[in-house]
Design a protein around this ligand. Sequence first.
Ligand SMILES: Cc1cc2nc3c(=O)[nH]c(=O)nc-3n(C[C@H](O)[C@H](O)[C@H](O)COP(=O)(O)OP(=O)(O)OC[C@H]3O[C@@H](n4cnc5c(N)ncnc54)[C@H](O)[C@@H]3O)c2cc1C
Length: 384
Amino acid sequence: MRSVLVVGAGFAGAVFARTLAEAGYHITVIDKRHHIAGNAYDEVDATGTRVHVYGPHLFHTSNMGVVKWLSRFTEWLPYRHFVDALLPSGQLAPLPINKTTLERFFNVSLDGEGSVNNLLAAQAVGISNPANAAEYLNSRLGRELTDTFFRPYTKKMWDLDLEDLDASVVKRIPLRADDNRDYFPDDTFQGLPADGYTELFRRIFDHPSIEVHLNESFDRSREQFYDYTFNSMPIDEYFGFCEGDLPYRSIKFHTRIQDVGDETGASVLNFTDSGPYTRETYWRRLPGHAVKPSSVQPVTREEPCDYRDNNFERYYPVKRSDGASTLLYDKYKALAMEIEGRTAFIGRCGTYQYLDMHQVINQSLQKANKWLMERGEKVEANVN
Ligand SMILES: Cc1cc2nc3c(=O)[nH]c(=O)nc-3n(C[C@H](O)[C@H](O)[C@H](O)COP(=O)(O)OP(=O)(O)OC[C@H]3O[C@@H](n4cnc5c(N)ncnc54)[C@H](O)[C@@H]3O)c2cc1C
């Protein structure tokens, strides 16, 4: 039987492993961590609460092909995500900014979309061709809102001033003139896997032609034993950092245990101050996450940092407005092309992109099916 090595047991690796196993390949999956599920890994802690160990993972998509594929392995708990921001006044207000946020921030009453748009127009600074995130936000929201909701967050999250951040990073942030507080309004499907992400992965890997080896780091000498390798490790690390390090941001997670209180609020609270933390998650407010009754609960705060200050945990590729990291990645991509006959790079760190779960799954389904078709295999048309 033809054999394939998959490096990384996150979503990218899992989709490749299952798709190729079902097409008749024998798959060996290795992951350097002690668990499957990559950054989507969750576990039930001592308080009986399901905690996502690498930060809250909310599944959202409009790609029903991805939902159909995942639904083979899980039931879903309906959930529409909403977030509160802690304002400098101490009040809570919806995030992304909507009509209620503006009313609380400016202490005014707005009677409809027209008055919201008038308020924003009065705040906006006239900049016709915004060159960076600061100019883009100032041109839409004005300085006061930009400097409260975006400047401290950007400094904490990216260690960058808004002037150094590409406008594309903030362009996807919605701004609402109504009271809609849906965090992912454009996505027709939102939900959480009923038994958690780790169980979802266990079922994806549960196939007679898939073997999973944990606590096992990739070593290039392994490739020779397989017909092909799909690799989700950081692409710069694979090539021994020969062109330099691709920059990443990371996050330190600080969990405290506190009494369970009013659990009807948002599961995620964002901080607008200039302290070190970006947000905190109240896990028991997510459906299905209060697995056992408890009088206490974990609450997890996130402190962004350079990945070198967090055990080289790479979470978010850093895209600067000068394009330097993209140019560096292009050099690694050129090296990858030279070996594409035997290895392909997949997933978030393999392709150096920030990708949500549904995007990784969709890309992986498409690429795995394309790879199979190039080898004359029959594939199921289940992706958009
Ligand atoms: C804090 C945070 C919050 C997020 N929230 C959301 C969200 O709400 N919704 C959403 O859709 N997406 C979210 N994401 C994105 C989501 O985590 C990714 O889309 C998904 O994890 C990408 O899967 P992957 O397989 O590419 O990478 P990963 O999940 O990172 O898996 C890669 C695996 O490769 C392994 N590996 C790396 N190097 C080696 C090596 N040398 N040898 C062996 N194994 C190796 C790693 O241990 C890891 O398990 C979030 C990401 C972060 C960081």
